[in-house]
Ligand binder design. Structure first.
Ligand SMILES: Nc1ncnc2c1ncn2[C@@H]1O[C@H](COP(=O)(O)OP(=O)(O)OP(=O)(O)O)[C@@H](O)[C@H]1O
Ligand SMILES: [Mg+2]
Length: 344
């Protein structure tokens, strides 16, 4: 790569968002464009893989062009290409990977395939173009990764090194939000719907149980989901109207308190300087407030627009690899399953 500013163009297409972005020095967002398919998939109550990959094909060229235009750059001005290699839907990943390979080949740029979860973590390094840089996360740090498919507690002692402290033994936190929303007849995606409904209810209306687990940093959300289901069934059997706000607020409080308490415990036990909270569920207001209400650790939570899938986070992670001289060959395959971490 050239000397600074190192501008990385990234493509993300692992699920139902087609995204492209240009980021300078792994931190400053010069552009970030997202074409979401969420409305298309809402009718199925989840992502329909075959439709997702075909929508990526239609959108990816325009999204990449838009990202370059918004950054006021030509492809030749870029120093490297990053693309989500996995985990995700195979057919969707292939579309982004092939676009990124074509871009790299056409102007002979280095390319790197990035782990999507690593991207979520590196969203904490990003700041808006033209504004003052935000403080960089300091190591060692504990990262809580809470998304639609993952719930992981990770210890990072330095850049690009990940030790898994624990994670969910059943549903991911985002998945639990989505399933409980469906139970309460709230629209997809469930996280934002539950958050909205919870504003009208009390987090103390129902006492949903916390999971007891032998491993201190593991999570389980299937128990709380079943408790909501039983409560709904009982109320319906009694012919009562469902107190949607109370159910949503109490469920949200149970999930937030498990996530918050275990992350704080892990940060204390491993002597962390900072905490990172990332992934789609980090957009949750109650979760953000829980972490912001404490003063023991500096907590980095991405701007709401960077919590769910985007390409700026892939550029931020890709930059770290490219700056270390790592490159992929143009024949790399996508990795629909790709674990980020080894167990401590
Ligand atoms: N405000 C919110 N409160 C709670 N959950 C939310 C909120 N906003 C989004 N989510 C949840 O975040 C998830 C989407 O996050 P994200 O886009 O990171 O997941 P994904 O990319 O599908 O999964 P992964 O990153 O694990 O592959 C969904 O489950 C959604 O319900
Ligand atoms: Mg994601």
């Amino acid at each position: 790569m050239k000397t600074p500013p190192l501008r990385v163009l990234a493509v993300e297409s692992s699920c139902d968002e087609t995204a492209a972005a240009v980021v300078a020095n792994g931190r400053e967002i010069l552009s970030s464009v997202i074409a979401s398919q969420v409305d298309l998939h809402a009718q199925f109550g989840g992502v329909y893989p075959e439709i997702a990959s075909r929508e990526h094909i239609k959108a990816v060229y325009a999204v990449v062009n838009e990202a370059l235009q918004q950054a006021h750059l030509e492809l030749g001005d870029v120093d490297g290409i990053a693309v989500t290699r996995g985990p995700g839907l195979a057919g969707s990943l292939v579309v982004g990977a092939n676009m990124a390979k074509a871009l790299a080949m056409s102007v002979d740029l280095p390319i790197i395939g990035v782990n999507h979860l690593e991207g979520h973590i590196y969203s904490s390094w990003l700041y808006a173009g033209g504004s003052a840089p935000t403080p960089e996360p300091k190591f060692p740090l504990v990262a809580l990764l809470v998304s639609g498919g993952h719930t992981e507690l990770i210890l990072m002692r330095e850049h690009l090194t990940y030790q898994r402290l624990g994670g969910t033994v059943d549903d991911a936190a985002g998945e639990a939000f989505d399933k409980v929303a469906r139970l309460l007849d709230l629209p997809y995606p469930g996280g934002p719907s539950i958050q909205k409904a919870a504003q009208e209810g009390s987090p103390r209306a129902f006492n949903f149980p916390k999971a007891r687990l032998s491993e201190p940093f593991n999570f389980s959300f299937s128990g709380v989901k079943t408790a909501v289901l039983r409560t709904v069934q009982d109320l319906r059997a009694q012919g009562k109207t469902l107190p949607i706000g109370d159910l949503a607020a109490s469920f949200q409080a149970a999930v937030v308190s498990a996530l918050y308490e275990k992350t704080m415990d892990a940060a204390r036990q491993f002597g962390a300087q900072d905490i990172i909270v990332a992934g789609g569920v980090s957009a949750n207001k109650a979760l953000r407030e829980a972490f912001r209400s404490q003063t023991q650790f500096k907590v980095h939570i991405p701007h709401i627009s960077l919590c769910t899938d985007n390409a700026a986070m892939i550029a931020a992670a890709g930059y770290q690899h490219l700056a270390r001289g790592e490159r992929d060959n143009l024949d790399f395959d996508v990795l629909p399953t790709w674990y980020l971490t080894a167990l401590v």
